[in-house]
Design a protein around this ligand. Structure first.
Ligand SMILES: [Zn+2]
Length: 80
């Protein structure tokens, strides 16, 4: 058994153990999507952030993206 086999088994086990989203859909049936990692609801039912609502939040996200993007652009531009 290789480490990747073990990882696959653990992933399967975790997936089975996890609860599905279960939120009520528009049809009135329970949502069958898996929740976002670390969340209890899928991306359609509040698992994902719906985005910043305040200017303070927007600025904070922008600053974070700028910081993360700087390295990416640096690496990307080298190819041009
Ligand atoms: Zn859902």
């Amino acid at each position: 058994m290789t480490p990747s086999d073990i990882a696959a088994i653990i992933a399967l086990y975790n997936q089975r153990r996890r609860m599905k989203c279960g939120a009520r859909t528009r049809k009135g049936t329970p949502c069958k999507m898996w929740p976002e990692p670390g969340k209890r609801r899928c991306r359609l039912h509040g698992g994902l952030s719906t985005g910043p609502k305040t200017t303070e939040g927007i600025e904070r996200i922008r600053a974070a993206q700028k910081r993360r993007g700087a390295k990416h652009h640096e690496e990307h531009d080298r190819g041009h």
